[in-house]
Design a protein around this ligand. Sequence first.
Ligand code: ADP
Length: 192
Amino acid sequence: MIHLILFGPPGSGKGTQAAKLVEHYGLTHISTGDLFRYEMENNTPLGIKAKAFMAEGQLVPDEITIGMLRNKVNSVKETRGFIFDGFPRTVAQAEALDHLLEERDEEITGLVALDVHEEEIVQRILLRGKTSGRPDDNDESIIRNRIEVYKSETTPVSDHYRRIGKSHTVQGIGSLDEIFQRLTGVIDSLID
Ligand code: ADP
């Protein structure tokens, strides 16, 4: 099975590219951000717990996030593999994911990061905020906070996979199709 981590800062285009990759490779998309938003919209106990963290641009605690991810992965019965989007976001989450896949006699195929500089992502998120209805997309200080959390807690995840030769980066600036071509170039080389 193919298990890809689509990596990069908030607003780097992971969700958009994940949708295209899912179609191209026949994989199952798992976005923890989307899962949390679904829980919030339905006012579930999980959604209520996640809400305050998300509104502040903080990470939802690992315990909650890992439990939700595990349930989601285990609920998918037939698939060629997964594209993880927005997960793992901490080293503890990466270790939990490695462990979960190991239990299934599987492993991460590779992490592919979208490289986009900070000012570009702030502008992209503010633009997205005009239509996304996401409160965390509409306030520049919250957006900057998400970027700081990304730098301190999330970038170590790519180092975790770099140590085992599984971390790759593509330039995340350009047209949607150009970026998609760069991603499939790397992914094809991983699965051939
Ligand atoms: P973006 O990539 O634009 O930040 P996401 O939809 O991936 O958007 O995430 C939105 C918010 O959901 C995050 O700021 C965080 O509060 C929460 N979240 C999503 N994924 C995780 C995760 N893996 N661990 C902790 N919190 C998460």
